[in-house]
Write a protein that binds this ligand. Structure first.
Ligand SMILES: [Zn+2]
Length: 389
């Protein structure tokens, strides 16, 4: 495939994974994770006319074949999660992350997670089999789930399972995983830390300031996978300018050198300046630049949801991501008619785009200097592994 050809292929299809029922699943009134973001994204995509092109289709997720769960998770954890999902409570569950504030015992969470994973797996398979070029599952992206425990709002790691399943069927597929979520993609890193067939990138807020307290630039893979894990931690207060620096000097050149056949992108939107859980200060302009840059390197892409705790701005961000992946321009079909009422009181009617934001003073200076240091570190440690200088 000519990865320099930016136009969608003639026969290419795009798949948007969506379930109204799944989007209504409730993590509880005090929990920040809101599946409702998918409804808002779906509505906003329709309002902006980016979901009605003839090459696009909606895929309703189905349950993942349970046998695939053991591609990553321990059978004993899966059984425990099933019992928790049925309403059974055991003391031992806490040791496996079940029943914590982050991962409460929610009735039906096993089935819900199984469907989210089924959506991600089916979406990736559609690319592998040549049925689609672009897929997006806003109900997926659970990058923190570990083999034997839940954490960070994640119970089943849909991403690792889908990638491992794809590689077992098509071992020659070169997959790059790019994690834009504000939190380090620790579960996915864990799965592929010594595996060079998946190039893992995570750009996130530094583990010195934010859960999961990992993802340092010194974590670069091991064994055969040495140099195939790249972590780019950012200081609190990092803004679009800081982000741009690491995209241009670390992510884009390494992705180009690796030349993946498929990119799996976790598009968590909790990096935005308005996000209540993190301290990064991005606007969706930086986010657009990242998605455009990734797409220019590899047109076959699976986008996934993830974090994003400002409901409306997350929906805006993902609507833009979908539009960019499909190379269509969003146009407000109902300008001035339903804006503020439907999509939040603070929303600028008729625009999906954020106003620029710049951090200032010592915070900005520190974030910039640290990003330069990290980029240099990556240039020294990782570039040579991939034939770059
Ligand atoms: Zn996150």
């Amino acid at each position: 495939m000519n990865t320099l050809d930016h136009k969608p292929e003639q026969q290419s299809r795009s798949i948007f994974v969506y379930s109204d029922e799944m989007s209504r699943f409730d993590f509880g009134p005090d929990h920040p994770f809101m599946p409702e973001r998918a409804i808002k994204t779906y509505d906003l995509c329709n309002r902006y006319g980016v979901l009605n092109h003839p090459w696009m289709s909606i895929l309703e997720p189905e349950f993942l074949d349970e046998a695939l769960l053991t591609l990553f998770h321990k059978p004993s954890y899966i059984d425990m999660l099933k019992r928790a999902s049925r309403g059974e409570v055991e003391l031992g569950m806490l040791a496996h992350g079940l029943g914590t504030e982050d991962n409460p015992l929610l009735p039906g969470i096993f089935e819900w997670s199984l469907k989210a994973s089924g959506g991600t797996r089916a979406a990736l398979q559609s690319i592998i089999q040549g049925d689609a070029t672009v897929v997006f599952n806003p109900l997926g992206g659970f990058h923190h789930a570990m083999p034997d425990h839940a954490e960070g709002f994640c119970y089943i790691n849909d991403i690792v399972i889908a990638i491992k399943d794809a590689l077992s069927k098509s071992p020659d597929t070169k997959i790059a995983y790019v994690d834009l979520d504000a939190h380090h993609g620790n579960g996915v890193q864990h799965a592929f830390y010594s595996d060079p067939s998946v190039f893992f990138f995570s750009i996130h807020e530094t583990g010195r300031a934010l859960y999961p307290w990992s993802g340092y630039e010194t974590e670069i893979g091991e064994g055969d996978g040495l140099g195939f894990t790249v972590n780019i931690p950012l200081e609190p207060g990092a803004d679009d300018e800081v982000y741009d620096l690491v995209l241009e000097n670390a992510l884009f050149p390494l992705l180009k050198a690796f030349s993946p056949s498929i990119i799996v992108a976790q598009l968590g939107a909790d990096t935005l300046v308005s996000d209540p859980l993190t301290h990064l200060k991005l606007t969706n302009n930086a986010y657009q630049k990242a998605v455009k840059g990734i797409l220019d390197i590899c047109p076959r892409i699976m986008g996934l949801g993830g974090g994003g705790y400002d409901l409306y701005r997350t929906a805006r961000c993902w609507t833009l991501a979908w539009a960019i992946m499909n190379r269509v321009e969003p146009t407000d079909e109902y300008a001035g008619l339903v804006g503020g009422m439907m999509f939040g009181p603070e929303m600028e009617v008729g625009s999906l785009y954020d106003h620029p934001y710049r951090s200032k003073g010592d915070i900005k200076e520190k974030a910039l200097q640290e990003a330069k240091r990290i980029a240099n570190h990556i240039r020294e440690e990782i570039f040579p592994v991939h034939g770059l200088s």
